[in-house]
Design a binder for this molecule. Structure first.
Ligand code: HEC
Ligand code: HEC
Length: 322
């Protein structure tokens, strides 16, 4: 199947000319429609499913260098082969359309996959690939052992500025079913050899004035003059907000300068890279990423009542907001 680098190129060059938002939205929608067309024409000329699928090594906690196998990123069509295909597809929809499907639980104009890039399939873009095998684990922020339902509810309460789901609800179980499918039966004590987040130099001092300039030049077209993002005519999210009442709250990982910088450096601005998956950034320097991240994380955003319970055992990171 041919990827569509030309479409991404078009988007990138149009953005650099700072087009109007309506034009940009329609170009991006066109790009994704072309992507869908390419997938369906792929079906008429069958190719091995794995052909262009990224592969990664597997590692154990004891020996990260031992060669113990290969993980192949699955294609969504292979969900159909699973006995609980309906549940996995429901989980996939919930992660993509969280705000629309679970309005009672989501306060922000945000879907899970606003931050978990390409449905949690991209290294350095907060992937879900290892999530099923990573939990339960002790998290420094809560000082407790957290299972996957609690980890997901942490994102509901902080990143989505919303309310937790019942851990036994069909919605929670469906999201976990998607993450389990994405792990492709990797044995529990093993992990796929990828990083959830990239590195930025945390010794850099942020310059908020420069950050604002970078925001205006590189981010504002999609994320709005006031960080409010862009919705379509139905009110659904096209570009998620970076600050204000409809953004993540101060308890979110994304509210921390260096965590946000690491995300931005490797994932934003979208559509500039001309090859690879939609969502790869890598055009900003570490200093650029730290500056722009400091700028948007420190704009007004909702408070988080549960903040009083965080980091009970100390070790609070230097960029924590409270
Ligand atoms: C504002 C951005 C944002 C949103 C929205 C968001 N998350 Fe997260 N999520 C993060 C960040 C950042 C991390 C930490 C990743 C890391 O560095 O390990 C994270 C971590 C996770 C993890 C643990 C990953 C792992 O393998 O350790 C899971 C699971 C998760 N989120 C699920 C969700 C779900 C489900 C939703 C929607 C209800 C959601 N997230 C919404 C930013 C977000
Ligand atoms: C071409 C449009 C575009 C540009 C330019 C862009 N983004 Fe994004 N951004 C997106 C989209 C779309 C998402 C949601 C992820 C998805 O749908 O795959 C997103 C998500 C985010 C998120 C996580 C979700 C949230 O709302 O907090 C952050 C943080 C972010 N972008 C920061 C930036 C920064 C900083 C810049 C400039 C350096 C930037 N973006 C430039 C389109 C863009």
């Amino acid at each position: 199947m041919k990827k569509s680098p030309l479409n991404l190129l078009t988007v990138a060059s149009v953005i650099s000319q700072k087009t109007t938002m309506n034009q940009l939205t329609s170009i991006i929608l066109t790009a994704s429609v072309v992507g869908v067309a390419a997938i369906s024409s792929g079906c008429s000329q069958p190719e091995p499913a794995e052909q262009n699928a990224p592969e990664y090594g597997l590692v154990t906690a004891d020996d990260a260098n031992e060669d113990i196998g290969t993980y192949v990123l699955p294609q969504d069509t292979s969900i159909l082969d699973e006995p609980n295909a309906d549940e996995i597809f429901y989980g996939k929809r919930l992660l993509n359309e969280t705000k629309r499907l679970l309005p009672e639980h989501v306060g922000a104009q945000m879907n899970c996959n606003s931050c978990h890039i390409s449905q949690g399939k991209v290294p350095l873009g907060d992937p879900y690939i290892n999530s099923y095998n990573t939990y339960p684990r002790v998290m420094p922020r809560s000082g407790k052992e957290i299972d996957l339902t609690k980890r997901i509810n942490g994102c509901f309460q902080r990143s989505m500025n919303g309310k937790p789901l019942n851990p036994e609800s069909s919605e929670m179980l469906a999201m976990i079913a998607y993450m389990k499918w994405l792990s492709q039966n990797t044995p529990k004590e093993q992990k796929v050899d990828i990083q959830n987040a990239g590195k930025v130099d945390e010794s850099l001092t942020p310059n908020p004035t420069r950050g604002e300039q970078i925001y205006k030049a590189q981010c504002e077209t999609c994320h709005g003059d006031n960080g409010e993002g862009i919705k379509d005519s139905r009110g659904d999210i096209v570009f998620p907000p970076l600050w204000g009442d409809e953004s993540f709250n101060i308890g979110a990982g994304m509210a921390r300068t260096y965590k946000a910088a690491a995300f931005v450096k490797y994932n934003m601005p979208m559509g500039i890279q001309t090859k690879g998956l939609w969502g790869h950034g890598n055009v900003l320097s570490d200093q650029d990423a730290v500056d722009v991240a400091h700028f948007f994380t420190h704009q007004p955003r909702p408070d988080f009542a549960g903040k009083v319970n965080d980091w009970p055992n100390g070790k609070k990171p230097k960029d924590a907001r409270y």
